[in-house]
Design a protein around this ligand. Structure first.
Ligand code: GAF
Length: 393
């Protein structure tokens, strides 16, 4: 019932074997990995300079490879379900390169990371990528690929090692090469995450506080709706634009600087849609800070209530939920021992995240399965560590 995914060492050995099959003459010299994430609360707040509370998942992207003396770069993905060519070849130009996005789409993340890599003079190389992060499920498979790739490049040609620079470069890669004007959350947590902890990230100061989340009586259940509506790509930049318009109409740099009182007083300056988007963001920022406090105190009931409020706001005010996610949340909330449940990530499909007592897990899975009109996939997860190099010895 609960999906099992290969751990990092299994992925690493798969990637090494694949590398050996493809480039028979020598084994890979370096390896790196970076995790996907689930956001516990604080949705669509990162690009409004607000707070988010994600944690890294045990699902990772692994990159193995070696510098070569030959011409050009070759990258191969081992992704089972890639519906595009799995191999891409290109050349680096002298100045660190100008790699345009194109096909295959998965390679745009790689090209973007190379383009924004923070040290000149990358050598040519060959690499194989393998990942256990579910694709298209809103669990940041793209950020994990970007960050894993950056970490891999750091071993070919070290940059200054500054972690925030790495986060920003990977975010830039997503902007320029995937065309998604994302916030900072996904890349940040993929770099900075620590095992057993969620991260409260202040997306204005770019500082993060660890929030311990390793209570054995608790479980974090991710339920994949296994749907992805086509609105995902087009609606995200529209939401972002509405938020910027709202802040500017109120004379502020971002919605982080707006209080509920100020928003209510200035309501007539905004059209209804812009007002509702802003209302979600302003309240969600407050909710996230409150939720982090509740988690620190072990007030799981309060945390769960805030998760549900967050979901309702994403559904009614921000309008990024969908029927399938709403069904999954409602079903989860009917189970005794569940504290809270909400959609997670950008929305329009993907996953929900549910906080519940460990002893209620089987009952919750059965109930959600019975109530959901589609076919869900379940992952029981724990907060895991951020990007790192992997030993090949
Ligand atoms: C996507 C984006 F990439 C994040 O930056 C964030 O805005 C999230 O949607 C919504 O909270 O994952």
């Amino acid at each position: 019932m609960v999906s099992k995914f290969p751990d990092v060492w299994t992925l690493l050995s798969d990637a090494r074997r694949r590398y050996g099959e493809l480039f028979a003459e020598e084994p890979p010299q370096v390896a790196a990995c970076a995790p996907g994430r689930v956001n516990l609360i604080g949705e669509h707040t990162d690009y409004n300079q607000g707070f988010v509370l994600p944690m890294a998942l045990p699902f990772v992207t692994v990159v193995v490879g070696s510098p070569t003396s030959g011409q050009g770069v070759t990258v191969v993905t081992a992704a089972e379900d890639a519906d595009e060519p799995r191999r891409v070849d290109f050349t680096l130009t002298g100045d660190g390169c100008s790699l345009s996005p194109g096909l295959p789409r998965w390679a745009n993340y790689v090209k973007g990371v190379i383009q924004h890599y923070r040290a000149p003079g990358l050598p040519n190389f060959r690499a194989v990528v393998a990942s256990s992060v579910p694709l298209g499920g809103g669990l940041s498979s793209s950020a994990s690929l970007e960050v894993a790739f950056y970490t891999f490049l750091q071993q070919l040609k070290p940059d200054n090692g500054e972690k925030l620079g790495k986060v920003l470069a990977c975010q830039q890669a997503e902007h320029t090469h995937a065309g998604v004007p994302c916030g900072i959350m996904d890349q940040f947590v993929s770099v900075f995450a620590r095992e057993g902890q969620a991260l409260l990230i202040d997306c204005r100061s770019l500082e993060a506080t660890s929030v311990p989340l390793a209570d054995p009586s608790l479980v974090i259940l991710i339920t994949n709706s296994n749907v992805k509506h086509s609105l995902t790509g087009s609606e995200y930049p529209i939401r972002r634009r509405h938020c910027e318009q709202a802040a500017s109409a109120l004379g502020k740099d971002s919605l982080r600087d707006v209080t509920i009182k100020e928003l209510e007083e200035a309501k007539e300056k905004l059209d209804d849609v812009t007002y509702r988007r802003a209302r979600h963001v302003v309240e969600e920022i407050q909710r996230t800070v409150q939720a982090a406090e509740a988690l620190k105190k072990g007030s799981y009931k309060e945390f769960g209530q805030l998760m549900v409020e967050s979901h309702n706001s994403l559904r009614d005010l921000y309008e990024v939920s969908c029927q399938e996610l709403d069904e999954l949340v409602s079903a989860a909330m009917e189970v005794e021992g569940v504290f809270g449940s909400r959609m997670t990530g950008g929305g329009f499909g993907g996953c929900t995240v549910t906080l519940l007592l460990a002893h209620a897990i089987d009952k919750a899975i059965l109930h959600i399965q019975e109530k959901y009109s589609g076919t869900p996939t379940f992952y029981v997860t724990t907060p895991s560590e951020g990007s790192r190099t992997l030993s090949l010895i």
